[in-house]
Write a protein that binds this ligand. Structure first.
Ligand SMILES: C[S@@+](CC[C@H](N)C(=O)[O-])C[C@H]1O[C@@H](n2cnc3c(N)ncnc32)[C@H](O)[C@@H]1O
Length: 247
């Protein structure tokens, strides 16, 4: 293999993991790993450090990129991405328009499923980070374009099945969405604040969307200990409001 991999080891009651390219050496507290040796290994095999610690080799998937990809800002959380995928019914024949790209995490999840994802990011330095992250996934159907979606959307001559907007500019983009969305297609927006969600609802209200709803998802991990079983006392707090509208 010559693509990045995940190395995992369960040590002293904790999972340690590393996202590495198969080149050079990596120094860990469990010894030095010769990463070149990965080239002759398969996923599921183990690689040993010079101290004999054995790390299992895994193929990175979208949740691994959420954890290990370089971040330009806060990426969308998997729990919210799941809601977008399930409520839009995203499928392998879909063309998707996404903005802003940010670190590219939502685009990567969407790109794992859809036929094509076109994603816009206004900040050039973020475009570079996102393009690098996307390149590491090996997904070839995601096109990361540099541009302001508010200006670019009216220049598009393509149409999309699903449009995702995770940008402060979403309400200003919505008036142009009917020109680039297929009938029956879905728009999904993400807003950290209710005020933004309200602006989005108002913008949607001025267009011909047929259905619209705004939701928030809560995630509670369950903790299993000798003392008992209950929701974990540390948890993911508020993330954002998702508005889903169908054209
Ligand atoms: C919260 S981040 C998106 C995170 C992304 N969904 C992810 O999962 O990694 C919002 C991004 O939108 C970008 N942005 C803001 N306004 C924009 C616009 N008008 N056009 C394109 N990108 C924009 C910002 O630069 C920022 O990178």
């Amino acid at each position: 293999m010559d693509t990045p991999v995940i190395l995992k080891i369960f040590h002293k009651g904790k999972m340690k993991e590393y996202f590495v390219k198969p080149e050079g050496e990596m120094h860990t507290d469990l010894g030095i790993i010769k990463l070149d040796e990965l080239k002759s290994k398969n996923f599921g095999d183990k690689i040993s450090s010079h101290l004999g610690a054995e790390f299992v080799i895994q193929k990175p998937r979208a949740p691994d990129f959420f954890i290990h990809a370089k971040r330009s800002g806060a990426p969308m959380m998997p729990k919210d991405i799941g809601v977008i995928i399930s409520n839009t019914g995203l499928c392998s024949s879909d063309n998707v328009l996404d903005a802003g790209t940010g670190s590219g995490i939502l685009a990567i999840y969407l790109g794992e499923i859809a036929k094509k994802v076109v994603t816009y990011e206004v900040r050039e330095e973020f475009v570079e980070i996102a393009r690098n992250n996307i390149a590491l996934t090996g997904i070839s159907s995601i096109e990361c374009r540099h541009g302001d979606i508010v200006e670019e959307i009216s220049k598009l001559d393509e149409k999309f099945d699903v449009i995702t907007l995770d940008t402060i500019s979403a309400a200003r983009v919505i008036p142009y969405v009917p020109d680039v969305i297929f009938p029956g297609g879905f728009l999904a927006t993400y807003s950290p604040f209710l005020e933004q969600a309200k602006e989005i609802r108002e913008a949607i209200g001025k267009t011909d969307f047929i259905e619209v709803r705004t939701i928030e998802t809560m995630e509670r991990e369950i903790s299993f200990t000798d003392r008992g079983t209950r929701p974990a006392t540390t948890r993911v707090g508020h993330t954002g409001y998702i508005t889903i509208a169908r054209y």
